[in-house]
Design a protein around this ligand. Structure first.
Ligand code: ASP
Length: 604
């Protein structure tokens, strides 16, 4: 990906105005030999070989090698050079010369700058870790010194990519008549299912604002306000427990349209995703993205964000294996299997490791049954006491297994077993290198249930949010069997990650009231929390629908990074802390006083 080049072009035209440099550190080539140039940047490293001294000078655009020579370079300059250490900021003037030993891995690798004069703009303490593509600093250290971490080329690349993707999205949507509207951060609670971050009000004692979990209610109000195509790249705030791909504040590409149905949204935003793929990755998806129902995703992949870079779909074995006196299977509600084509036969040790994997508390399976289908046609199973060869052959048939494959079977409660199978499938995909970062498998997951039922309290919760429209064909079930009601809700999934999701909204007040009712809100509660929306709906609400993309996640996948922290300039750590700022922090007494607050801790 060549994002550097494009930026350099703009920069070249501008930079002669600046006194600090005539060129960037990523720019000079053999054709520039003989030119007098001035560069500014950071010292990547100094190699002092006695007679010759080399310095690698780095900026955002690249690295250029500088050279000084005892006898040629004047002694005052040489004395200065001897003082230089890593991460010093230099301004260097000199002549571009051809390098004796060229470095084909660097874009400037054919030249070096013969130093004529040097100006130390800033010195530096020895940095706590090396500023290179792969740093030797641990996460904690790099976060504390994020300003140094940000100097690493991969972070430059990631933030450039993020910037470009934002530009592409803005241009694409603007060309399609979407307008970007900012919505407030100091608001009242929005219902995205997480806890709110709250901000105390000084002027209104004892009252608090909530930070938006998303601009959901505002974008719906914008539709009522007549702005039929809205988008915004904005921050959302959710106080949730932390996971690898979660941050308490993150960015969404938030969108809403009026006078549309589900299909219009899917087509419009599939267009956006394809466009970004084409411009950023050079990948042309000519076929429509697959649309898979939620039920199919759950049955065949065990979760609602299937990674379709590989097959290994789950097959329901419940009918096939029951009734053979194998107690574990006979007592299970559900039995499911996957089939992996392994390059070599899995050893006892590998199978034990897989068993340990599925038994981890977060996965929660009781055990693992396997069947090895040898390249010679042999069948070896951990349950062959209970199953004849003929019966095991039925397993092979059910999965369409070919010789040399490994069948893995889990059993238990249905939803928990499917979710364990999903984890096992992903683990096998990883072990067998089927989750190639350069391969992309987007799809839509559609027809989500409207509600999910809390297994302990029996209460219904909105699976997406309370403004999501039930499918027209399921309206009659709202009264009788709400758990069966499907919603006009959809997610866009890429390589096993949900990169976006949205829904058609309820715009009929009576259905909205029914929805609040089913979710257990009293009339008064609904009025207190969402009265303004219900009120707006009294004055002509257009049919509307929308979607929001998790921008950080999308950039993470495109950048090939493992964590969303790598595509954010100043992320929080795994415990939600900004280690550099030392936030969150306590407030001064004065501040508390101004807010009319005193802090005392309640036991949780
Ligand atoms: N507000 C939703 C979310 O943040 C997206 C949407 O329904 O448009 O997930």
């Amino acid at each position: 990906m060549h994002i550097e080049g494009k930026n350099n072009i703009n920069f070249v035209a501008e930079k002669s105005k600046y006194m600090y440099r005539t060129h960037t550190c990523g720019e000079l080539r053999i054709a520039d030999s003989g030119k007098q140039v001035t560069l500014s940047g950071w010292v990547q490293r100094v190699r002092d070989k006695g007679k010759m001294i080399w310095i690698d000078l780095r900026d955002r655009y690249g690295i250029t090698q500088l050279v000084a020579e005892d006898g040629t370079t004047d002694s005052a300059t040489l004395d200065l050079i001897k003082k230089i250490g890593r991460e010093y900021v230099l301004q260097v003037s000199g002549e571009v010369i051809e390098r004796e030993s060229k470095n084909a891995n660097m874009s400037t690798g054919e030249v070096e700058i013969k130093i004529l004069s040097i100006n130390i703009l800033s010195n530096s303490e020895t940095p706590p870790f090396t500023i290179e593509e792969e740093s030797d600093g641990g996460e904690e250290l790099r976060m504390r010194y994020r300003f140094l971490d940000l100097r690493r080329p991969n972070l430059h690349r990631n933030l450039m990519l993020r910037h470009r993707m934002a530009q592409i999205v803005r241009n694409y949507l603007s060309d399609k008549e979407f307008i970007e509207v900012e919505t407030p951060f100091l608001i009242k609670s929005t219902p995205e299912g997480a806890r709110d971050f709250v901000v105390p009000s000084r002027m209104h004692e004892g009252k608090f604002y909530a930070l938006p979990q998303s601009p959901q209610l505002f974008k719906q109000l914008l539709m009522v306000g007549g702005y039929d195509r809205y988008f915004q790249i904005t921050k959302c705030f959710r106080d949730e427990d932390f996971r690898a791909d979660r941050q308490p504040e993150f960015s969404q590409i938030d969108c809403e349209m009026a006078f549309v149905e589900q299909n219009d949204i899917l087509e419009t935003f599939e267009g956006l995703v394809k466009h970004v793929f084409k411009v950023v990755k050079g990948i042309d998806f000519t076929e429509p993205f697959q649309r898979m129902t939620y039920d199919e995703a759950m049955e065949r992949y065990g979760n609602d964000r299937p990674d379709l870079r590989f097959g290994m779909r789950i097959v329901d074995f419940t009918q096939i294996v029951k009734g053979k006196d194998f107690k574990i299977f006979d007592e299970a509600e559900y039995i499911g299997a996957i089939c992996a084509e392994t390059p070599t036969e899995y050893t006892r040790k590998q199978l034990d490791a897989l068993t340990d994997f599925v038994k981890r508390p977060q996965i929660g399976a009781k055990g693992l049954v396997y069947l090895k289908y040898g390249t010679d046609g042999s069948l070896k199973s951990s349950a062959d006491k209970f199953y004849s060869t003929e019966e095991l052959n039925r397993w092979v048939e059910a999965l369409g297994a070919t010789p040399g494959s490994l069948i893995l079977v889990l059993s238990g409660d249905k939803s928990q077993t499917l979710s364990a199978l999903s984890e096992l499938r992903l683990e096998m995909g990883t072990q067998l290198n089927m989750r190639d970062k350069n391969k992309y498998a987007p799809l839509w997951v559609v027809d989500f249930p409207l509600f999910e039922k809390d297994s302990t309290t029996g209460r219904l919760h909105a699976m997406h949010h309370p403004f999501t429209s039930p499918k027209k064909s399921d309206l009659h079930l709202l009264e009788t069997d709400p758990v069966k009601v499907k919603a006009d809700a959809y997610d866009i999934v890429l390589n096993g990650s949900e990169i976006g999701g949205g829904s058609v909204r309820i715009f009929d007040r009576s259905i909205q009231s029914k929805m609040f009712d089913l979710l257990g809100f009293s009339k008064e509660e609904a009025e207190a929390q969402f009265g303004f929306l219900l009120n707006a709906f009294k004055y002509g609400a257009p049919p509307h629908a929308g979607i929001a993309f998790g921008f950080d996640r999308w950039v993470t996948i495109f950048s090939g990074s493992d964590s969303i922290r790598d595509v954010m300039a100043f992320p929080k750590n795994n415990a939600g802390k900004d280690i550099m700022l030392d936030a969150p922090a306590e407030l001064h007494d004065d501040q508390l006083k101004e807010l009319s607050l005193s802090v005392s801790y309640q036991k949780k």
